[in-house]
Write a protein that binds this ligand. Structure first.
Ligand code: FAD
Ligand code: SF4
Length: 495
């Protein structure tokens, strides 16, 4: 069995055996982990340019040489979509970037995106054998980004073309996708490759979901997302923007259009608030609104019409990626003091470690063990201060993180002129509310079986609309799983 797996992963190839023998484990583990080149903090807070500059070919070679090509690679088990990590890394080492990218694309539809935004330190890199030796893990995410970027520079996913254009359009069955985030895009890519005629409907005027409207340019450039979308267009996927399913077109309209299956990937973009006094004051807004105005509607850019608050003293409530993106964006809009207010400690923050580190380098203040209890307004109804309850950490809760417990009588007031609330999101309610017979959970998510199929057999669903707010790689994994399952279903291979 192991032998079969090894063969499938190419571990028995002679080039790989040669690489393994070319250097001892001791020599490999003596090589230091490379450092990511990045823009200087003082420079980058005045620009939207990408902070991480990627690895040079020399760095990629050095880092890929560190990988021990373990017989039982822990990293693969730490990756939610089980990428053949040693396989792609060893191809980087031997200089075959096309093969490295092909291996990545086998399981990850958007490797250039995932290499940038996955929480690698909690996933693949957390299982790298180097950690057992008390050494820095192989920089898997940086290598993933390197292979994907280099491949995007030279190829426009020729593999899509061959399969998707092999059948005449009229003969193909039509599939609708609702939402163009990572779940919808990965589903669309897999289905077009299987020969379906795929139409993606997107409510907004840009394709990409959170990758465009949420994650800022300085972390994930739009050009990277655009390149992946272009590849899907080339492969034959049709995109309709400004089309809200449930309003512009109903579920019945889609059935009347002759779609054989529908994949709902409408995400979780409904911001949550804490329900404390003062949330309606001017200057208090959700991170979704703030980031959408800036990222999607150009607010803050010279000549842009979209208004956005330009607070000088900005507090962002929360400790996730969205909070880090908001606080770093507010600095780029000219905030003189930008702070994170979070009810637990740094260790418990759900944000990617790199985002926290970059925010610190940029001068963001971290007010941890603090929970807002009220926003105070001035005579014009504008927020001017926050009352925060000081917290301490108690026993771990269901998430395994230590729960914050209020310290009696310890309440402080902090002066601010803008508050961005980033305490989580709920599923977008339109689809769940507009399709009769669709089973919905108490959290507002669409209920699916293990094949991502909903209570209505023609509707499959995945990503945040099923999981609540999760991650890019999980959304993409759902898209791929749903594509395989819908294909089997439509071909009568399951009931
Ligand atoms: P989305 O990306 O939300 O896409 C859903 C799309 O459906 C949207 O474009 C929406 O407009 C559209 N839609 C909704 N309703 C309809 C309708 N009725 N008709 C037509 N279209 C509709 N994850 C990470 O792994 N790493 C990170 O660093 C990271 N950072 C993040 C930063 C921010 C600011 C945010 C908000 C999230 C972040 N996440 C991150 C989470 C990650 O982006 C999401 O888990 C992921 O995008 C979910 O993908 P999705 O395809 O399910 O939904
Ligand atoms: Fe390479 Fe680390 Fe994975 Fe081993 S665990 S194969 S050293 S990346």
């Amino acid at each position: 069995m192991e032998k079969e797996k090894d063969t499938a992963r190419g571990r028995n190839d002679s080039w790989r055996e040669e690489l393994r023998r070319s250097m001892s484990a001791a020599e490999r583990t003596a090589i230091p982990r490379v450092s990511m080149r990045m823009l200087d903090p003082a420079e980058r807070i005045h620009s939207n340019s990408e902070v991480n500059l990627g690895l040079t070919p020399e760095q990629a070679l050095q880092e890929s040489t560190r990988c021990l090509d373990c017989p039982e690679p822990g990293c693969i088990t730490g990756c939610p979509v089980s990428i053949d990590i040693p396989g792609f890394i060893k191809n980087i080492q031997r200089g075959n970037l096309t093969e490295a990218a092909r291996i990545l694309k086998e399981t990850s539809a958007l490797p250039a995106v995932c290499g940038r935004v996955c929480p690698q330190e909690k996933q693949c890199e957390s299982r790298c054998i180097y950690l057992r030796m008390k050494k820095s893990p192989v920089a898997i995410g940086w290598l993933e980004r390197y292979a994907a970027d280099e491949h995007l520079k030279t190829a426009r996913n020729a593999e899509h073309h061959t399969d998707s254009h092999s059948k005449e359009r009229e003969e193909r069955r039509k599939i609708a996708v609702v939402g163009s985030g990572p779940a919808g895009l990965s589903f669309a890519g897999d289905m077009v490759r299987r020969g379906y005629d795929v139409v993606v409907y997107e409510a907004l005027h840009e394709i990409g979901g959170v990758l465009k409207y949420g994650i800022p340019e300085f972390r994930l450039p739009n050009s990277v997302v655009e390149a992946e979308i272009e590849a899907l267009r080339d492969a034959g996927v049709t995109f309709h923007k400004d089309t809200v399913i449930g309003k512009t077109l109903s579920y019945d309209d889609l059935l009347n259009e002759g779609f054989s299956g529908i994949f709902v990937a409408s995400g979780a973009g409904l911001p949550r608030f804490m329900g404390i006094p003062g949330e309606n004051l001017i200057g208090v807004l959700s991170s979704n609104e703030f980031l959408t105005r800036v990222n999607l509607m150009g607010a803050g850019r010279p000549g842009a019409q979209t208004p956005v608050p330009h607070g000088k003293c900005v507090a962002v409530i929360g400790g996730g990626n969205t909070a880090m993106d908001s606080v770093r964006t507010s600095l780029r809009l000219g905030a003189e003091r930008a702070m994170i207010i979070y009810r637990r400690g740094i260790e418990e923050m759900p944000a990617r470690a790199e985002e926290v580190e970059h925010a610190m380098q940029e001068g963001v203040e971290f007010l941890t063990l603090c929970n807002p209890i009220e926003y105070i307004g001035d005579e014009k109804g504008r927020v001017r201060a926050i009352r925060v309850q000081r917290m301490t950490l108690g026993e771990p809760d269901a998430s395994g993180r230590r729960s914050p417990v209020p310290v009696e009588g310890a309440v402080d007031t902090i002066e601010v002129d803008e508050v961005i609330v980033s305490v989580g999101v709920s599923p977008n309610p339109l689809i769940p509310n507009s399709i009769d017979g669709l089973e919905i959970s108490s959290r507002g998510t669409i209920c699916v079986n293990e094949d991502m199929q909903s209570s209505l057999p023609l509707i499959f669903a995945g990503g945040d609309i099923v999981r609540g707010g999760a991650t890019v790689i999980l959304a993409m994994g759902d898209g791929r799983k749903a594509a395989a399952a819908m294909h089997s279903y439509l071909n009568g291979e399951q009931s």
